[in-house]
Design a protein around this ligand. Sequence first.
Ligand code: GRF
Length: 196
Amino acid sequence: MLSVVVLISGSGSNLRALLEATENPLFGAKILAVGADNPADGLAHAEHFGVPTFVVSPTAFASREQWAEVLLANVQHFKPDLVVLAGFMRILPQNFVSALSPNLINTHPSLLPNFPGSHAVRDALAAGATTTGVTVHIVDEGVDTGPHIRQAALDILPDETESELHERIKVIERQQLIEVVRDIAQKKIHLTQLSR
Ligand code: GRF
């Protein structure tokens, strides 16, 4: 059984989808805990499923590295096989990434390398793109630069707003994230090989 810790910052719809999927014992993965950088609304999903939660806020620390050390200690307390960033909106410093990668993955709402960073959906619209999508990738020391695990594309509709497009992206994003975690659990994806 693949043990997983999920980190979030917001509403947690990706987390909710993973919690629901891992309810099936045939899925092959179990979420041991959910962490956040703030008292995020999405933590309620974990509480609903009886999954422990923790919050480590950057504002409580003098540096990003000190914050990341404590965040890492909370994650490693559960000894996960895999850490999933599902709408986690902080840049993780080298001390955190090197302790976990390649067993540290992120879902990003664009077809990387296009539109990295925290405004991917807005940037795709502003660029006049006609297609965008979602990428699940291994987290490395860069921002949204790690090896791609899987991508899915969708057309951008005329005149749709950022939130309308992001909600449509999330529909395929949640499905893709579930499939990637399942395939890692079932050893159809080997993160160490991908990260070479
Ligand atoms: C996701 O689209 C993720 O890719 C992005 O923020 C969104 C979080 O959505 N970084 P949710 O909190 O999982 O609903």
